[in-house]
Design a protein around this ligand. Structure first.
Ligand code: MRU
Length: 347
């Protein structure tokens, strides 16, 4: 099954509405920047690389009807749109990376006409989409080489086709391993509170014919103790210069457990997820989300007393000391991370 998470189609941004999965594969055709902003906020489109693609196309949406006649005026419109998109979700570096990259194209071409700049912005957004497709396949190939046939893999959240343009990072490694003939078995952690593992990853893996078993998050330790897990693969939302990695809440738990049980723990992410301006994970902004995500079952049925205090950070930070390697489209990065991240990304 070919999953196209986000694409440009007939002057609209076509996305899979991920809040409807696994029950229904519904597409949304977005024509308005505010609708896109809400789709990002409400996780209709989600996952760091997919957010980068959405942000890039969002800029084009926001400026394509700008009436500006001078670059100074156009730059104000661009700034307004960029700031607005930046308020949607704070943690995934890819979203900000895409905004900076597209704005950079406008600035470099400031001497051109406004219609020409608009065209270049659109072209850059499409380039970001094409590059994500290629990067995911490349990092997946690097990652698949590390997987031995017969491996049992534990994964968390969704870092698959649904989190990228169409292939995946951590789950991309799984797809590639299968493509090159490796026999693998996957345990998908359900990923409380919004159940990306249960709703999205198990749907995606099943659709692609991967031997998948769904577990609750609290079962990971037991499985490791029973010798049922050979490695952990997780995606990333932002990676600091020292390799500390923000990913879905619960990833840090798995890294600690993996260390204790002497199981390799891999992060799989593209260059666009790295934030080399941040010295360590302490500086990564962590999104706090609606308490109702925790007090109800997917906003439908209450599962906690009304008015209970809730703490709901969407991400945690795994210290780089717990990470065996970071798999990127530029190669596999191993410790010492500070030096090797810089060196690998510079190639
Ligand atoms: O809140 P979400 O669903 O956007 O969180 C997504 C994750 O944590 C993913 O693991 C991460 O973005 C990597 S996606 C390749």
């Amino acid at each position: 099954m070919n999953i196209k998470t986000i694409e440009w189609k007939n002057n609209t941004i076509k996305i899979i509405d991920q809040t409807k999965l696994p029950g229904e594969l519904r597409y949304l055709y977005i024509r308005d920047l505010r609708v896109l902003w809400r789709a990002i906020k409400e996780l209709k489109v989600r996952g760091a690389p997919a957010l980068g693609a959405a942000a890039a196309l969002g800029i084009y949406f926001g400026i394509k009807d700008s009436k500006a006649k001078t670059f100074a005026k156009f730059s104000q419109d661009l700034g307004r749109v960029t700031k607005y998109i930046a308020t949607s979700r704070p943690t995934a570096r890819n979203l900000f990376w895409a905004l900076e990259r597209v704005c950079g194209v406008a600035v470099v071409n400031r001497h051109r006409s406004i219609p020409a700049i608009k065209k270049l912005i659109f072209a850059e957004a499409k380039k970001i989409i094409a590059e994500d497709r290629a990067a995911c396949r490349r990092m997946s190939s690097f990652g698949a080489r590390l997987i031995e046939t017969g491996s049992n893999i534990l994964t968390i959240c969704n870092a698959g086709a649904l989190a990228t343009v169409d292939y995946g990072t951590a789950q991309g490694v799984i797809y590639r391993a299968k493509e090159i003939g490796k026999r693998i078995k996957v345990y998908a952690s359900e990923t409380r509170p919004l159940l990306q593992g249960a709703r999205l990853t198990s749907w995606e893996l099943k659709a692609k014919g991967i031997d998948t078993t769904l577990i609750t998050d609290s079962m990971a330790a037991t499985l490791m103790k029973q010798g049922k897990i050979d490695l952990v693969l997780a995606g990333a939302d932002r990676i600091a210069a020292n390799g500390d990695t923000a990913n879905k809440i619960g990833t840090y738990n798995l890294a600690v457990l993996a260390k204790y049980h002497k199981i390799p723990f891999y992060i799989v992410a593209p260059e666009s997820t790295f934030d080399l301006n941040l010295a360590s994970g302490k500086q990564i902004p962590i999104e706090q989300r609606n308490p109702e995500e925790v007090t109800s079952l997917f906003f439908k049925r209450p599962i906690a007393p009304k008015g209970i205090k809730v703490y709901n950070p969407a991400f945690d930070v795994t210290p780089s000391a717990l990470i065996t390697a970071i798999i990127t489209e530029k190669g596999v990065i191993r410790p010492p991370y500070k030096k090797n991240i810089k060196r690998t990304l510079a190639t």
